[in-house]
Design a binder for this molecule. Structure first.
Ligand code: ZN
Length: 450
């Protein structure tokens, strides 16, 4: 059947076929030489494009070190390039070159990619001999801006160890990238007015060391971190503010901690009207007092084989919403028994109603009534609390005007927990501090090359 089989090839004479083979060979070899030449040129251009290298810089050589899994890219600049002084941006003549430096760049495929160049130096009439700014990296960095950016993006989402493993970096390199990112971010921070601040302490290494945090309660970010929890720890913060910023502070939430209070009084105009003792800190104090009463009473009851208070610690501390109906009923039953713990609990509940008032005078009347009750309760821990609260009352009542608490920093606290959890490599508080700024500072961290 025609068309079912391929046509038989034409018979060719031997001399013609030899000529054809030679022609084919010449053509192929020729193309290959031509292509090879072209390919190298294209490689350089490709690298130039991939690496984002722009004039006057160009790729002069690419060296593939297969065994080390590295690509080394050597950069040179055009002879006629125009340079500017890094300080004043004035055009200056080329003076000489610094010794060759290298920068880790984004990997090309799976190859670790390293740029090499000798940074030019200019002689500025005003600033003398200076190294010019390079378009791919910030001064003193051993990484290109794109690589640092990648590392920063990873660090915002993964633990330091994971990023170190993933990118083949040492701890010191990871910390260096974070540290530089934080410095950059803090430099870029705008001098805007921040109306509501929260001052808080955080422990580093299980309560052995503390840092003081100043938070922007409106935007939920950390503004300032200092070692310790002394007056001097907070004092450093005020120096970072302009006068306008200082005047723009409407209120500061803080624990009833004397060192912080002293620092605020010494540095913030009209501090007395602007300090707000934190509601949840007061609640914690009262909760501790209730627990003291419960512990003492439980001991006495157990001596008489009465187990009513056994295992009830958290029932006296949690809110109504944390009970289901059945456990709430059982708890109410327990409260109705003639227990000292019940009275302490009722005192705590009534004290916390202060925060529900709209008017200061009504709140003050409520407090006076409560204070008389508390001080006549014959419950030593509650009397102590009442005396502490009466001393702090003016700045508890400022809440009714400003309505701020440190609970606004809950999202910050959650992040700090994450920082602690994922960065067990902290060898010193500086790394801990820079990690907090990095994750909770709301900073613009990315490097920008020129
Ligand atoms: Zn200059």
């Amino acid at each position: 059947m025609p068309g079912c089989f391929p046509a038989e090839p034409d018979s060719v004479s031997p001399s013609k076929s030899i000529f054809n083979i030679w022609l084919l060979g010449v053509k192929r070899l020729g193309w290959r030489f031509f292509l090879k030449e072209r390919r190298i040129v294209q490689d350089y251009q490709l690298y130039q494009q991939i690496l984002g290298i722009v004039g006057p810089w160009q790729v002069a050589d690419v060296e593939l070190r297969l065994e080390e899994g590295e690509v080394h890219v050597f950069l040179e600049h055009e002879a006629q390039a125009v340079w500017v002084c890094p300080e004043c941006q004035a055009e200056c003549p080329l003076y000489d070159h610094d010794s060759e430096r290298s920068w880790r760049h984004l990997d090309t495929c799976q190859y670790r990619t390293i740029l090499h160049a000798a940074p030019p130096r200019v002689r500025c009439p005003e600033h003398g001999v200076r190294v010019v700014r390079l378009p791919w990296a910030e001064p003193h960095s051993r990484f290109t801006a794109l690589f640092e950016r990648l590392a920063i993006d990873w660090l915002t989402a993964a633990s330091q160890r994971a990023v170190a493993d993933l990118l083949g970096l040492s701890w010191d390199e990871v910390h260096g990238i974070m540290q530089r990112a934080v410095e950059r971010g803090l430099r870029r921070r705008e001098r805007e007015i921040i109306a509501y601040l929260g001052v808080d302490e955080k422990s580093f290494r299980k309560g052995h060391r503390y840092v003081t945090l100043v938070n922007d309660l409106t935007r939920g970010r950390v503004l300032y971190i200092a070692d310790g929890r002394k007056q001097s720890s907070l004092d450093g913060f005020w120096a970072t503010l302009t006068e306008k910023q200082r005047d723009g502070i409407a209120a500061v939430a803080l624990d009833m901690s004397q060192p912080y209070e002293q620092s605020i009084r010494a540095n913030l105009p009209q501090a007395a009207e602007k300090m707000v003792f934190d509601k949840f800190h007061v609640a914690k104090h009262l909760g501790d007092a209730v627990d003291k009463v419960r512990r003492a009473e439980n001991k006495e009851l157990l001596a008489e084989n009465d187990e009513r208070l056994k295992g009830t610690k958290y029932d006296w501390l949690k809110g109504r919403e944390q009970f289901d109906l059945a456990t709430w009923r059982a708890f109410c039953q327990l409260r109705r028994g003639n227990l000292r713990t019940s009275r302490a609990w009722a005192l705590k509940e009534q004290a916390m109603k202060l925060w529900d008032f709209r008017y200061v005078e009504a709140a003050r009347r409520h407090f006076n009534w409560w204070y008389r009750w508390a001080t006549h309760s014959r419950l030593k821990p509650m009397i102590d609390e009442a005396q502490m609260l009466v001393r702090h009352l003016p700045n508890i009542l400022t809440y009714l005007k400003h309505r701020i608490t440190n609970a606004t920093s809950e999202s910050i606290n959650a992040k700090i927990q994450w920082v602690k959890y994922t960065a067990r490599g902290f060898r010193n508080p500086d790394n801990f501090k820079s990690a907090i700024y990095f994750h909770c500072g709301g900073l613009d961290l990315s490097p920008r090359a020129t």
